[in-house]
Design a protein around this ligand. Structure first.
Ligand code: SIN
Ligand code: FE2
Length: 217
């Protein structure tokens, strides 16, 4: 895939960087909401704490995960899937905080995806050295809704590849408050995060948090 051919990309608001025909980084988009997001996240985590999950292949993920919303993404020896219940507590996942849903809706609309209503939010917690290998988000029921991914805390190097695992991946630095949105023809692009360097953030210290809003069900 040639990442230079963005000629027919839709016009974007200021501080938005096109990284694909239907993919943008909205720089600093979540900054005004960051306090509200972090407060809601604390409440979610009190109910459903971050935990490291096992992949179907038996590897312990370096990133710790939790979820909120009607459905939550989990992995264990039996595979990847969405469940309505947190396997740690056997209780439903915490509800989607209104601040999460609003940010997801508004960022999606700003990226050209009107009408996005997330029903699932995956929470990723990275410590120094944690990484996310290249993968597609493909456990959702249909791929017509975009992915909205919010970065908080330490910077990270996001990898944004193509529709085949072997396609070259662009390196996109992501900072506190940045939001990445991809959908449409880009919905199944491979992506990941390089091992996190320890560059403590004034508010969150040696942590990076990522909120991935999706329509899963
Ligand atoms: C993910 O793909 O689940 C996480 C992406 C990120 O942490 O930026
Ligand atoms: Fe992902």
């Amino acid at each position: 895939m040639n990442l230079d051919l963005f000629d027919d990309a839709a016009p974007q608001p200021a501080r938005s960087e096109s990284i694909g025909p239907r993919s943008v980084v909205l720089r600093g988009y979540a900054l005004p909401a960051a306090d509200a997001l972090l407060q809601s996240l604390d409440e979610v985590i009190r109910q459903s704490p971050f935990r490291r999950m096992e992949t179907p292949g038996g590897h312990l993920m370096s990133v710790a995960l939790s979820n909120c919303g009607r459905l939550g993404w989990t992995t264990d020896r039996d595979g990847y899937r969405y469940t309505p219940v947190d396997p740690l507590s056997d209780q439903p996942w915490p509800g989607m905080p209104p601040a999460f849903a609003a940010l997801g809706r508004e960022a999606a609309a700003a990226a050209g995806f009107a009408g996005f209503e997330p029903d699932a939010c995956l929470l990723n917690r990275y410590e120094p050295g944690a990484r996310m290998s290249l993968h597609q988000d493909r456990n959702e029921r249909d791929f017509s809704a975009p992915i909205v991914s919010v970065s908080l805390g330490m910077p990270a190097m996001f990898l944004f590849g193509g529709l085949a695992r072997s396609d070259p991946a662009a390196r996109v630095p992501l900072f506190h408050g940045d939001v990445v949105v991809w959908g449409g023809a880009d919905r199944l692009r491979f992506h990941g995060v390089l091992p996190l360097k320890d560059r403590p953030h004034p508010r969150l210290g040696s942590l990076r948090l990522n909120l991935t809003l999706r329509k899963a069900g």
